[in-house]
Each structure stands twice: as C-alpha cells, then as structure tokens.
Design a protein. Structure first.
Length: 380
C-alpha cells in the first residue's frame, strides 16, 4: 500500500465493528442499504447508523445458489448469500434493510430476504420526469421516513433532516475532492487504491471521524501531486470504467486493467462518481432529498440521459483515453444500454470502447487479460 491512510483504515476495521456493536448495545439502531437510491439522510436524521450491504465477493454465492437461480446477477447472489450465511457483520447488525426495485431479480430476492430481517422496499418510478415521477417518488421517500420512525421509535423532524443533508453533503463533497485529484496527469495513485479507499470509508460508523480520514487522504494524495509522484508513466492509457457497481472482491477488471499497464482514473458507476451529488440545503428537506435521489443516472431508468451527461463530463475532465463498460452477467438493463454507451463513446468522443460481461469468479481472468491487452494495444 502506498497510501498510509489505507493502512490506517485497515487497522480501524476491527475497531469500527466494535464501535457499531457498542452503539447497538446502547440502543442505537442500524439500517443496511443496498443501493444508491436509498436516501441515507433519513437514517442519519433518525440518529441511526447507515451501512452499505451490497455483496461484492464471490465466496457466499454458492450458498445463495441453493435458493436462487444460477443464471442470476452475481451482485444479487452475493448479497443474498452473505445474508443467509450470516457472514456479513454489517447485515448482522442491521435492524432494518432499505431495499429498492431497481431490477426484477433484486426485488424478488428481497421477498426472500425479509425472512431474515425487516425490509422496507422503495418502489422506484421507471423514469425521472419531474411532473409525474417526482411526486410519486417523494411519497415513497415519505413512506420510508414513516417506517424508520416506527421501527426506531424516533421522530425525524425537518431540522434533523436538514442537518443530515449538510452532513452527507460534506462527506460526498470531500470524497469528490479526493477523487478529483486523479485528474492530474499522470495520476498520483492507482485506481485500485482509490477503489479501496472509497470501499473502506463507506463502512465507517463515525461520520465525523470518516470525514477527517478523507481530509487526511486528500492531503496525502495532494502531496504526491505536488511532488509529481506517480506509479504510472506519463504515457500510460487513462481508462474510465462505467457500468455496474464494482467493489473490493469484484475488482477483477480494474485490477487487470492496471496489471496490463493502464491507469483506471475514474469510475462513472454507482460505486464511483454517481454518488458524488449535492442535495440543496434550502426549502423542504424531504422534497430536496427526493429530487436529488431521483436524478441518480441508473440504467433502470428509461430513458437514462443523465448517464450520458455524466460520462461526457468525466471523459473530458479526466483526460480519458478509453472506456471499459463492466456489466455483470444477467444484468439486462446495463447490458442492453451498453450499445448506446458504445455509440456515445465512439461517435461523440472518438475513443475506443470495450464491453466486458463477467461475474465475480476468477475463471475468465486470463481470457479477459488477453482482451484488455488487445484493447490497450489498439489504443496505440
């Protein structure tokens, strides 16, 4: 590890679990969330701890396949496998699961998950029209607020919601400032380091402590920029990764890209820049939350123009040389939308594009390495 803050986060992981356990013993509640559409501000406003649960590892999939179809998205199987085997401490600590209807596979999996924990299912609209979808979605957010109040025996006031918005805006803004340092050519850190930073920071229960660690990481990476330190040569291809969520354990493609000599400089997906939004801090806080979360540019929305606006911005600002679209097997919306992403990348930006459809296993790693090497050679 070249970043000392990563070593500190590794050391903190055990202590963080102990702090969550202690908070639970003292009566504090925990809400597990699987998706970027889940408004964590409501959890923070309730005085509870929001924890990410999305499965990113291959290990629990075999257990999940005893119940779920084998030809299902690995993210769904991994998430369910962790739950039924009780091998994810964050699921174990969760008092309420906040779920969402982003795809048919997930919403049906949540029906089975409810046998293990209370689940609140957010019914997403299928488009982002402010006149029709927003009123419906605002009601869904309000129903979630009422469910949290009932389950956790608290009152979520507008003042508490406004404060939670400010807290989460600071966190997302600091993470964006950290990721923006990779706009420097050549990059001061590897894509794998940035991926691990984002992944580990997401599990910290202490929001203020997490913010201090992000600031520490910013200072450390900024120092590398000022000293012109980089693990890459000046000519290393700069790659944007788009598509489905990627985390530690499902980082195969990112790892292979960098092992082949390129630099993954930015991820557009919901484990990357999609989450760095800012919620307005004036007016009705519940509506402000609903407005911003509805704008998440996911392929479950039809049409999905905001994804292409974000891609356009990131390609330009990060000086991208090529785009790799990672889609998990059986993720139909992202797989179909990949055709439009290819057209956008090649026709508008004149950049090479590679779609990789894979799962969490390492069985296809060498075949993917050959494809990625050929892609990078094509880039010249």
């Amino acid at each position: 590890m070249s970043l000392s803050v990563l070593e500190k986060l590794t050391e903190l992981s055990g202590r963080n679990l102990a702090e969550i356990e202690k908070a639970k013993e003292e009566g504090r509640k925990v809400a597990g969330v699987y998706c970027l559409y889940s408004p964590v501000e409501l959890v923070v406003a309730a005085g509870a701890i929001p924890l990410p649960l999305c499965g990113t590892r291959n290990e629990p999939i075999a257990d999940a396949e005893k119940v779920l179809p084998r030809n299902l998205c690995p993210l769904i199987k991994s998430s369910f496998g962790f739950a039924i085997t009780d091998t994810c401490p964050f699921f174990h600590f969760s008092d309420l699961i906040i779920a969402e209807t982003t795809c048919d596979g997930k919403k049906k999996m949540y029906e089975l998950l409810e046998r293990h924990r209370p689940v609140h299912l957010l019914q997403l609209p299928q488009n982002q029209e402010p006149e029709t979808a927003l009123p419906y979605w605002t009601d869904q957010v309000r129903l979630l607020k009422e469910r949290i109040e009932k389950e956790f025996q608290v009152e979520i006031t507008d003042a508490k919601l406004s404060e939670a918005i400010r807290v989460m805006n600071r966190e997302r803004g600091a993470l964006k400032d950290l990721m923006d340092l990779v706009k420097t050519k050549p990059s001061p850190v590897t894509g794998m380091e940035m991926l691990e930073l984002k992944h580990r920071l997401g599990f910290l229960a202490d929001k203020e402590g997490g913010l201090e660690l992000i600031k520490e990481a910013i200072a450390e990476v900024r120092g590398k920029v000022e000293r012109r330190e980089s693990p890459f040569s000046a000519g290393a291809p700069r790659i944007l990764v788009t598509g489905t969520p990627v985390g530690i354990g499902s980082d195969k493609v990112v790892r292979l890209i960098e092992e082949c000599g390129a630099n993954m400089v930015v991820m557009e997906n919901c484990s990357g820049y999609k989450k760095f939004f800012t919620i307005r801090e004036n007016g009705d806080p519940l509506r402000a939350i609903a407005e911003q979360y509805l704008k998440v540019p996911c392929s479950c929305m039809s049409p999905n123009p905001l994804r292409f606006e974000l891609l356009d911005e990131l390609i330009r600002e990060f000086h991208v040389d090529g785009v790799v679209d990672v889609t998990w097997q059986a993720c139909h919306t992202f797989n179909i939308e990949s055709y439009k992403v290819k057209e956008f990348v090649e026709d508008k930006h004149g950049l090479p594009f590679l779609q990789i459809e894979t799962d969490y296993s390492e069985s296809d790693a060498e075949r993917l390495r050959i494809r990625i090497e050929a892609f990078l050679e094509m880039m010249g």
